[in-house]
Structures are given as structure tokens and as C-alpha cells.
Design a protein around this ligand. Structure first.
Ligand code: IMP
Ligand code: MG
Length: 183
């Protein structure tokens, strides 16, 4: 593969559209927590969160801690296995803190549901989530999304941190992968 063009059907969200929405999400999050003395820790879910998280953090005007977790449920295919495993755990203690989970995309909801239960067990005061994309149609478990960027159709997307078989994370925009690539 010499260029991403070969695997892409169309652009779904441009760099400008993403940046504008991320700015708004940062403001919403700042408003939500600014009058609360509870410490805030932002937890990025690797590796899809990386670009979103780095842009979002700059738009949140609050003192906060950051940490990362890596979980897998997908392997290299485009279908969820429904099994979630922790590949890299947190380094910080979350007890008594307001936790904000940063996810690139919510699909079946299984990953977020699992993380919610794990982090609650560790004594977080409250757990919130922010996700850039929501593939609503695919939901298998009811999930409450606190801060959402965009609702998108049921298509496989890459870019802005998200991958297909580990490719596409460095695209600055979000694009739909051709069905012929993964079917
Ligand atoms: P869920 O557990 O089914 O909600 O899956 C969530 C995870 O699957 C996301 O954090 C992504 O890593 C991955 N995922 C789901 N849909 C896509 C997609 O269209 N492109 C890239 N990754 C996806
Ligand atoms: Mg992910």
C-alpha cells in the first residue's frame, strides 16, 4: 500500500470539523467540573484515543491528572469479539476521584461497560466518559454517554487515532474504509 487513498471510500469528518467539535467538548467538560473540588483524572484508552486526547486536553481549562489504559476486544478484525482484556493498566490511584474515560469510538458498548465496572471497583467517586464517535446502531449494551462528539453511521472508519489492522491512525481526518478491504 503506497497511499491510504487505496483503502478509503470517502472522508466522513474533516480536520476542521473535528477541531471545532473537540473545542466545544473541552468547554463542556470544563463547565461540568469547574465548581467541583473532587480531583479529576482523565484516562485515555489506548491506542485509539491518542490524537483525540492530546487535542482535547488542551481545551480543558482545569487542573487534572492523566493516565492511560490499553484494552483489547477487536484483534485485527473489524468485528467485536465481546471479550475485553486489559493489556496495560493504570499507574495512578483513582480512589475518590472523578474519572473521565476518553474513548475514540463506541460501537457495541462492551468495552466501556467493562471499564466502567472495573474502575468503579477501584473506588472512583464517579465515572464519566467522553467519546468522539458513536456508532449508535451497533449498540449491544445500554451505555450512557456523558460527552459525545458525533453520531456516525454503521461503517468502519479510520483516522485521527483510529485504525484498521493498525493502519490509518496518523490521518488527521476521519474516513470510511472501503467494504472490500475488510469483507
Ligand atoms: P466496543 O466495545 O464494541 O464499543 O468497541 C469499541 C472499540 O472498538 C473502539 O474503542 C475502537 O477501538 C474499536 N472500533 C469500533 N468501531 C471502529 C471503527 O469503525 N474504526 C476503528 N475502530 C473501531
Ligand atoms: Mg478503542
Amino acid at each position: 500500500m503506497k497511499s491510504y487513498k487505496e483503502m478509503l471510500e470517502r472522508t466522513l469528518l474533516t480536520e476542521e470539523e473535528i477541531q471545532r467539535r473537540v473545542e466545544e467538548l473541552g468547554k463542556e467538560i470544563t463547565e461540568k467540573f469547574k465548581n467541583d473540588d473532587t480531583p479529576v483524572i482523565i484516562i485515555g484508552i489506548l491506542r485509539g484515543c491518542t490524537l483525540f486526547m492530546s487535542d482535547l486536553l488542551r481545551e480543558i481549562d482545569l487542573p487534572l491528572e492523566i493516565d492511560y489504559m490499553a484494552v483489547s476486544s477487536y484483534g485485527d478484525s473489524s468485528k467485536s469479539s465481546g471479550v475485553v482484556r486489559i493489556d496495560k493498566d493504570l499507574e495512578e490511584d483513582i480512589e475518590g476521584k472523578n474519572v473521565l474515560i476518553v474513548e475514540d469510538i463506541i460501537d457495541t458498548g462492551l468495552t466501556l461497560d467493562y471499564l466502567d465496572r472495573v474502575l468503579k471497583n477501584r473506588g472512583a467517586k464517579r465515572i464519566y466518559n467522553v467519546c468522539l464517535l458513536d456508532k449508535e446502531e451497533r449498540r449491544e449494551i445500554d451505555i450512557l454517554i456523558d460527552f459525545k462528539g458525533f453520531t456516525i453511521p454503521n461503517e468502519f472508519v479510520i483516522g485521527y487515532g483510529m485504525d484498521y489492522a493498525q493502519k490509518g491512525r496518523n490521518l488527521p481526518y476521519i474516513a470510511v474504509v472501503k467494504r472490500s478491504v475488510y469483507e
